[in-house]
Ligand binder design. Structure first.
Ligand SMILES: C[S@@+](CC[C@H](N)C(=O)[O-])C[C@H]1O[C@@H](n2cnc3c(N)ncnc32)[C@H](O)[C@@H]1O
Length: 357
């Protein structure tokens, strides 16, 4: 999976256990990013809807969620991967901007990315494996980049991995059903059906995914936009349509509360980040106001579940603790009927689940 700021890589096991304990059959993953949480739900047999405003996330969703691994002709897919891998490199937009004007990738890989992406655009757009192939290209490019994991800057000296050869592979496809929706969470949430489990992981500060991952956005759209600055960002990064309300200090808390209020689910799970502009107590209250009976706040460090010392909060309005001091902690709110929230907490605590590394 691609390197991604705020990715829930280490918490996927915990979130899977929560899904199991909630006995959910259907789920939503709003702000899905890499789709890895939605993918875990799907792997456990849930039917999942995932949504994000990033086009690359929608491509990942069409590959990992909408594609049923059991319906894919793997031999034919491998032949397509082999064919694309064998294309001779051709310098183009990607090489010029991301390998020469900037040094995100070595030109030897850039020319192959250009050739493969052009071929996908010309001859594979109607192919049933199109999104799988595009995902394969994104994953391969991510493995040979020269960044610290974002596209706002590249390293002064080439990273070791940048010298490796671009290698297309079949992504780890998942059996089952799912759906990906490209759109703004604040709009999409209103049209989603009621589900058993609703997970949300919004951005919590000013760092914009549209600019942090502008190369993936351009690679999947292949719209070859004008660029600016040392990082060769898309000129349309400046356009208001590409700014998220979740990156705006004054608007974010209200937008977040609206999304919580509009999420129709038996169990609502929210990931919390301690760089947030929203206080934990406000999130807990928004969940109660949305009609949930109880809210629990679970705390993890990078190794294991720490406990529920922060407690379960009901409509009597007990306070949630001072989360700001808990550096290097992952926090998860769980809201729903009291018996279900307690059962989830017990399962998570009792299993001593270790987040994946
Ligand atoms: C913290 S990341 C989610 C990470 C994800 N859980 C994972 O494990 O990969 C937040 C996501 O919110 C998306 N986003 C930002 N503003 C949005 C908006 N208004 N509507 C929908 N998605 C938005 C970003 O593109 C980003 O993928």
């Amino acid at each position: 999976m691609i390197k991604y700021l705020g990715s829930k890589r280490t918490l996927v096991g915990v979130l899977g256990a929560i899904a199991q304990a909630s006995e959910a059959k259907t789920a939503v993953d709003l702000f899905t990013g890499t789709t890895r949480v939605a993918g875990e739900f799907k792997r456990m047999g849930l039917s999942v809807i995932a949504s994000d405003s990033a086009t690359y996330s929608d491509v990942l969703g069409k590959c990992y969620l909408e594609t049923d691994a059991n319906q894919v002709n793997m031999a034919a897919l491998q032949e397509k991967i082999d064919y694309l891998s064998g294309l001779p490199g051709v310098p183009g937009y990607f090489t010029e901007h991301f390998c020469e004007d900037a040094r995100f990738f070595q030109p030897k890989n850039g020319i192959r990315i250009d050739a493969i992406r052009d071929e996908l655009e010309k001859n594979f757009q109607n192919d049933s494996d199109y999104y799988i192939l595009l995902t394969s290209l994104m994953l391969a490019a991510d493995k040979v980049d020269s960044t610290t994991g974002q596209h706002m800057a590249y390293l002064k000296s080439w990273s070791h991995r940048a010298g490796n050869e671009l290698e297309l592979k079949i992504p780890d496809l998942i059996p089952g059903t799912g759906k990906s929706i490209l759109g703004l969470a604040e709009n999409v949430v209103k049209d989603l059906p009621e589900v058993d489990l609703f997970y949300m992981d919004p951005p919590y500060n000013q760092h914009r995914y549209f600019t942090n991952y502008h190369i993936w956005e351009t690679l999947v759209r292949w719209d070859k936009p004008p660029v600016y600055g040392v990082a060769m960002k898309r000129l349309d990064s400046r356009s208001s349509v590409n700014h998220s309300v979740f990156n705006k200090r004054r608007k974010m808390p209200g937008a977040f509360k609206d999304v919580i209020a509009n999420a129709k689910a038996k169990t609502l799970v929210v990931s919390y980040n301690n760089e947030s502009w929203v206080e934990p107590i406000d999130i807990a209250e928004a969940m109660l106001q949305a009609g949930h009976e109880s809210v629990a706040l679970l705390e993890f460090d990078y190794k294991r579940y720490i406990g529920s010392q922060i407690g379960i909060y009901n409509k009597s309005g007990a306070k949630v603790g001072a989360v700001g001091e808990r550096l290097n902690k992952e926090l998860i709110f769980i809201a729903g009927e009291t018996f279900r929230v307690e059962a989830i907490e017990q399962v998570v605590a009792g299993r001593g689940i270790e987040p994946r590394t």
